[in-house]
Design a protein around this ligand. Structure first.
Ligand code: H2P
Length: 775
């Protein structure tokens, strides 16, 4: 850092340590890249609008096996290891599960030694920072790049010029697109090192740059702002994650972002391939491209356009090659989340791609003349259909979700292409989500079965024989108890609230969405609070309810749910009659790091979505792996978790996906449920009458009304069953040994949910890629 140790600030120590670790990663990185070129095997390209990677320093230290050494070295300088780690900002380049899955996949690809590259956008401002003002969510910009970021390598030489708008003409019989608006994509690389540093892949993120960054004439004429305007405009493209797209300008920017990073990535992939190979027809043998949701779907038409318009292959041949390379992962069945673009907007920005999409549709129709299933209809470009038609394989993210995909959104297309849809149930990296975040449990496991589980998580099943032994179970309980105390200290220090570490820690952390039903959770908390107040001296099982998660800026109902939870927390936590039995807290600014603090301390994991709506979930896996019991519906990967951990170790409640559809047909389903359950009626009445907002009694009437009169997500219809399951959880928690045994069985039986297993599935079923590591 160019400083004397006595003048070094905390930041200098962190940077110095990061650079020392980075140096060691670079050696492995260069070796892996060299080997990839030598072997010339198939490469995997993972295109994703989001990579929620969080912090990287601890990852590097742990993967290189340097924890002891680093700790010791820092001690000699009088610097605390954990404090240095806590100083690193989170790279918050994602919203939720989709982006975090991409980050877990990068970790697994490197651990397995699959030659791969992640491609995305280098957002200068990641997902907004969330704070609460009077209980209400307030957003402010996130600024992870304000300080120098030690993990990235700028690659100013890797730049591509991309275009928008303009005209499509014909020259010498070939179609030529002449864009009128140009900008450049510049690459920034981050090495991603795998377990034990045996392999490292690259995450390449694109930043927007102007073709002509600076207008000297305008500057000399005195118009300084206009002189820098080009650069400022070009940079907006990689400025923020998910710009508010409720207005036309926002929608356009979003589509531009999608094209920007997809097109830059395609050019980079082709450049690399053409550096080593002559025949473009070999592309599918050497390249597998994974579209993480439909956001990069335009990569298909762009590859096709280059092959056909620029390289001169016939349209049919170009389509066949594109089809051979592309694969698509669907992450949601919610119709509003399947991207569709107004064809006028689309055609204005990408006129040639609109034509190409029409030709893709034509070719598809000619091959399958039974039905017209197109990527473009009703004045819209449908990215889900487009991705399906272009892709070689299409996958869902849990068994149930894949099954529902076949029966609902892609029913007709699946009928035409019955072998295209495959399932790859999500997973999470055990390095971050057990070994690093829960050192106590990690040591206990390693003491018991050795450390092979870290890269082969199914070895956790060897813990089962230990679970019957009292002394082992006591150690297991002690780890959880200690994690809870650590979390209590962390929360007390940052948020000024003391939680009761002996209470059951009941946690729901995820994006706020009506289908995820945080409002079902708070409604039950209200009913529980009312019941405790009825019998204050009663023998209650103490609970701490913890919430965290962000609501999309324009999603007002979700923001109102946050406000309600905060208002309920205020009233409940101030109630001397109930305080020992129930505490509620909503922690602000949920991110990867906060999840790493919370999950190891959880007793109960809330996975309570309306059945059929949560594609998979990955938080559910992290909790089970850290010894929390799930209270959940039969939705997404909950189904598979329950199958594996055993139904007696899972608190199941609620309607099944097909019952949900039936129930919705009953026009007064919510009123019927309310009439049948006085607890529910009373909790709703408290919300409606302003019990939690005495200064503004009407504040939550609309939430009560929504639940009473429409309740699309069936909160009321599932309430009684949820209440029942919560009481079963209370009952089980009264017997600490029984609870600990169930929790330990969750750990021992969650090994299948490693993202290493998921990635091996993709390699074998979708990509046809192989590990380049010596066995
Ligand atoms: C989404 C789905 C999850 C899924 C995840 C990864 C979009 O994430 O809803 O069910 O596990 O993708 O496949 P999330 O809601 O957490 O933002």
């Amino acid at each position: 850092m160019g400083k004397d140790p006595e003048h070094a600030k905390f930041f200098d120590w962190r940077m110095a340590l990061s650079h020392a670790i980075r140096d060691r990663i670079v050696d492995r990185w260069v070796a892996s890249t060299r080997r990839t070129y030598e072997q010339d095997g198939k490469r995997v390209y993972y295109l994703s609008m989001e990579f929620l990677i969080g912090r990287l320093l601890e990852d590097g230290i742990v993967n290189l096996g340097l924890v002891e050494e680093v700790g010791e070295t820092l001690r000699t300088f009088g610097i605390d290891y954990r404090s240095v780690l806590e100083d690193e900002p989170d790279a918050a380049l994602g919203n939720g599960g989709l982006g975090r899955l991409a980050a877990c996949f990068l970790d697994s690809l490197s651990t397995i030694g699959c030659p791969a590259m992640g491609y995305g956008i280098r957002y200068e401002n990641g997902l907004f920072k969330q704070s609460f003002v009077d209980g209400r969510q307030v957003e402010s910009p996130e600024t992870w790049l304000q300080e120098p970021h030690p993990w990235e390598f700028g690659r100013p030489e890797v730049r591509f010029t991309l275009g928008f708008r303009g005209e499509v003409t014909t020259e010498n019989g070939r179609t030529v697109w002449k864009p009128s608006e140009l900008l450049q994509a510049e690459a920034f690389d981050t090495p991603i090192v795998g377990w034990q540093g045996r392999w490292a892949n690259t995450l390449r993120l694109w930043a927007g740059r102007a073709v002509d960054p600076f207008d000297l004439d305008r500057f000399n004429a005195g118009d300084f702002a206009a002189a820098a305007e080009h650069e400022a405009l070009a940079r907006t493209i990689s400025r923020v994650l998910y710009p508010e797209d409720s207005n036309e300008a926002g929608k356009e920017l979003r589509l531009k972002q999608e094209f920007f990073f997809s097109a830059a990535s395609i050019r980079d992939i082709l450049r690399r391939f053409e550096g080593q190979h002559e025949d473009l027809r070999a592309l599918p043998k050497k390249v597998a491209i994974q579209l993480n949701d439909t956001h990069p779907a335009i990569a298909g038409p762009e590859l096709l356009r280059i092959l056909h318009d620029e390289r001169g292959l016939s349209f049919e041949e170009a389509l066949e090659i594109t089809h051979g390379c592309m694969n698509y992962t669907n992450h949601t069945l919610l119709p509003e989340a399947l991207e569709r673009w107004d064809e006028r907007l689309f055609g204005r920005l990408l006129p040639r791609h609109l034509q190409i999409i029409d030709r893709i549709d034509d070719a598809h129709y000619r091959a399958n003349p039974t039905r017209l299933l197109s990527a473009r209809s009703d004045g819209q470009v449908k990215m889900g259909e487009l991705s399906f038609i272009v892709a070689n394989k299409v996958n869902g993210v849990s068994a149930l979700h894949t099954d529902l995909m076949k029966k609902t959104v892609f029913k007709d297309l699946h009928g035409l292409h019955p072998d295209r849809i495959v399932n790859e149930t999500n997973g999470v990296t055990p390095r971050r989500w057990l070994h690093s975040c829960n050192p106590g449990l990690s040591s206990l496991i390693t003491d018991s079965i050795g450390d092979g589980w870290i890269a082969d998580l199914e070895q956790l099943e060897r813990l089962e024989p230990f679970i019957g032994k009292d002394d082992w179970l006591h150690r297991f309980r002690a780890v959880k108890a200690e994690n809870k105390v650590t979390l209590c200290d962390y929360i007390a220090e940052r948020h000024g609230m003391r939680l009761n570490p002996d209470a059951m820690f009941d946690i729901q952390i995820k994006r706020i969405h009506e289908y995820k039903r945080q409002h079902l959770n708070i409604l039950e908390a209200i009913a529980h609070w009312q019941e405790i107040k009825d019998t204050p001296g009663g023998d209650w099982v103490p609970r701490v309810k913890i919430f965290a998660g962000k609501a999309a800026q324009g999603y007002h109902f979700a923001k109102d749910i946050i406000h309600l939870i905060n208002d309920v927390a205020k009233v409940v936590n101030a109630d001397a009659e109930t305080r020992d039995s129930l505490q509620v807290i909503f922690l602000p600014n949920y991110n990867v790091t906060l999840a790493e603090h919370l999950i190891p301390a959880a007793d109960l994991s809330e996975q309570i979505s309306t059945a059929g709506k949560e594609a998979s979930g990955t938080g559910n896996m992290k909790f089970a792996l850290n010894g929390a019991l799930t209270i959940g519906t039969l939705d997404g990967a909950n189904v598979e978790i329950r199958e594996r951990v055993g139904e007696e170790n899972f608190f199941l409640f609620g309607m099944l996906a097909d019952e949900v559809m039936q129930r919705r047909m009953i026009h007064d389903h919510a009123q019927q449920a309310i009439a049948a359950d006085p607890r529910l009626a009373r909790a709703l009445e408290a919300i409606r009458s302003g019990t939690f907002s005495p200064q503004d009694p009407g504040r939550y009437v609309h939430i009560a009304d929504n639940l009473t009169w429409s309740d699309y997500f069936l909160v009321c219809s599932d309430f009684s069953a949820y209440w029942q399951a919560q009481r079963e959880a209370d009952h089980a928690y009264r017997d600490p040994d029984l609870w600990a045994r169930k929790a330990a069985l969750n750990v021992a039986r969650s090994g299948w949910f490693s993202s290493d297993r998921t990635i091996r599935g993709y390699m074998c079923d979708i990509w046809g890629a192989e590990s380049l590591l010596a066995p």
